[in-house]
Design a protein around this ligand. Structure first.
Ligand SMILES: NC(=O)C1=CN([C@@H]2O[C@H](COP(=O)(O)OP(=O)(O)OC[C@H]3O[C@@H](n4cnc5c(N)ncnc54)[C@H](O)[C@@H]3O)[C@@H](O)[C@H]2O)C=CC1
Ligand SMILES: O=C(O)[C@H]1O[C@H](OP(=O)(O)OP(=O)(O)OC[C@H]2O[C@@H](n3ccc(=O)[nH]c3=O)[C@H](O)[C@@H]2O)[C@H](O)[C@@H](O)[C@@H]1O
Length: 480
């Protein structure tokens, strides 16, 4: 039986390996992690991440050919193929701080593999890494190889959270990069054989190592760029009376542009877009390409601008101060159908409102109070380090309350901010919410989930990203 080991039982390692185990019953898959809490959760009925369809897949194969363990070295030693899916945070100190990828966790995984291996291994980069990382990993592995043959492959992951299982079952493409030597080609074929169990052959792309590594960074940069592009246009819509929904629809109808990823929002979040673009920017700078670096940097700048613009709209609409006012925040996750809050725009919006001394009441169907308090207390980029290295009981932010009900969160509030596009927010009884709020009652829709006209008919003052402005806001100065 072929044995696969995956180092890192996170959002990528867990679901990816569960799907490999499901689709390849003849392969034994062990997912290992240094976090006992994470592995315990993977072995329980309460999985450590919320992902539609994941419970089902895990239930079908856990204990059969899918295992979760903290015995990292044992399983690394036994495996023929080792996926490495550990964190690759943005560096917070030293050379490249605030931009470059911190490869500490990757390096320690590679050194551990070199220390314990007793047979030939295929080592697969599953984490998103800078171009040329494979070269560094190769050096670590072969420096003291004891005659062991290592082949490094780049097999970046393209799943999106909230649709991970669907994406893994039916990927647009699987990308495998390897060395162009006979041994390299053999390793590529071995990994291709795994995916070919369920992915049509024409969707399995094989390239050289550097193309595979760079394609992942480029794909995320292109996706994020679309959001910043539509968000930039949303600001112009508000200034001119155009409607971003109509503009995005008309633009997306061009088959060369396409309709996806054109939803204007309060800004993109998630663990990767910002991190990967910063990483790309750093790589461009290191390669003497400042113009290219600045081009991509602008995608991040517009995203920050969009989040600031939203906070400024809230504060300026409410008589230029939210001090002591209750603001309800509906949605804290970075997108719907996930409990993940990494780099969620809600963090920046809440911090902005707290900076103006608002009292915030937050409701999200999948995010716990503990997580929200951690997020609001944590320094930038600190979240992307293994959980056991993060402070256990962070200081709680006193002006923040977390509720488990949207009606409770909005009761007595002066304003409501919708920051995640959860489906249930479309179905709320907004008349009831309005009746229980302070007047004038403000609603700021950062995800365009409500119909502004219907809410205005109830009596709300409504701001919706990129939509024609409420008469209330029209006379206020443009904000940026
Ligand atoms: N979250 C996502 O949707 C996607 C993430 N990626 C990339 O995949 C990589 C992992 O991301 P996530 O799964 O979201 O991170 P994560 O933080 O959920 O999981 C990483 C896991 O690795 C473990 N770990 C760290 N160092 C270790 C070591 N030396 N030995 C054993 N375990 C170790 C941590 O304890 C943690 O559980 C990143 O490079 C990310 O950019 C790529 C595509 C999608
Ligand atoms: O490398 C990664 O981590 C992954 O990053 C993204 O996946 P993810 O961050 O999980 O979620 P997305 O659906 O891409 O959404 C990212 C952010 O953009 C926002 N978004 C998305 C689309 C849109 O039209 N408008 C918009 O504001 C979302 O609300 C969310 O905050 C990519 O879509 C995946 O292909 C990639 O594998």
């Amino acid at each position: 039986m072929v044995k696969i080991c995956c180092i890192g039982a996170g959002y990528v390692g867990g679901p990816t390996m569960a799907v490999i185990a499901l689709k390849c019953p003849a392969i034994e898959v062990v997912v290992v992690d240094i976090s006992f809490a994470r592995i315990n959760a993977w072995n329980s009925d309460q999985l450590p991440i919320y992902e539609p369809g994941l419970d089902d897949v895990v239930k079908q194969c856990r204990g059969r050919n899918l295992f979760f363990s903290t015995e990292v070295e044992k399983h690394v030693q036994e495996a023929e193929i080792i996926f490495v899916s550990v964190n690759t945070p943005t560096k917070t100190r030293g050379l490249g701080a605030g931009k470059a990828a911190d490869l500490t966790y990757w390096e320690s995984a590679a050194r551990m593999i070199a220390d314990v291996a007793k047979s030939d291994k295929i080592v697969v980069e599953k984490s998103t890494v800078p171009v040329k990382t494979a070269e560094a990993i190769e050096k670590i592995l072969t420096h003291n190889s004891k005659g062991i043959n290592y082949q490094i492959l780049s097999n970046p992951e393209f799943l999106a959270e909230g649709t991970a299982i669907q994406d893994l079952f039916n990927p647009d493409r699987v990308l495998i990069g390897g060395r162009e030597t006979p041994e390299g080609k053999k390793a590529v074929q071995a990994l291709k054989k795994v995916y070919a169990q369920w992915v049509p052959e024409d969707r399995i792309l094989t390239t050289n190592l550097w193309s595979a590594e760079l394609s992942k960074l480029a794909a995320n940069a292109f996706l994020a760029q679309r959001i910043s592009s539509v968000n930039a246009i949303s600001a112009l819509c508000e200034a001119t009376g155009a409607n971003i929904a109509e503009v995005a629809y008309s633009v997306g109808k061009d088959s060369r542009i396409g309709p996806k990823f054109l939803n204007a929002s309060v800004g993109f979040g998630g663990s990767c877009f910002q991190k990967d673009i910063l990483n790309l920017v750093y790589i461009c700078e290191c390669n003497g390409l400042p113009e290219v670096a600045n081009y991509w940097k602008q995608v991040i700048k517009i995203n920050d601008y969009q989040k600031n613009r939203f906070v400024n709209r809230v504060v300026s609409s409410m008589f230029n101060t939210v001090s002591g006012k209750k603001i309800a925040v509906l949605g804290f996750a970075f997108k719907k159908d996930t409990g993940d809050t990494r780099e969620t725009p809600a963090i920046d919006v809440c911090k902005g409102l707290l900076g103006d001394k608002a009292a915030i009441s937050i409701y999200d169907p999948q995010v716990s109070e503990d997580q929200i308090q951690r997020d609001l207390a944590m320094n930038k980029f600190d979240w992307d380090h293994p959980i056991h290295l993060q402070p256990l009981s962070p200081t709680t932010v006193k002006q923040v309350a977390v509720t488990w009900d949207a009606y409770e969160a909005t009761k007595g509030a002066h304003g409501v901010c919708i920051l995640t596009e959860w489906d249930e927010f479309k179905e709320l009884n907004y008349q009831k919410i309005y009746d229980n709020m302070q007047k004038p009652a403000f609603l700021f829709d950062g995800r365009n989930v409500v119909d502004p006209e219907k809410l205005r008919a109830i009596g709300f003052v409504v701001y919706a990203i990129g939509k024609p402005l409420d008469p209330w806001l029209k006379d206020l100065p443009a904000v940026a």
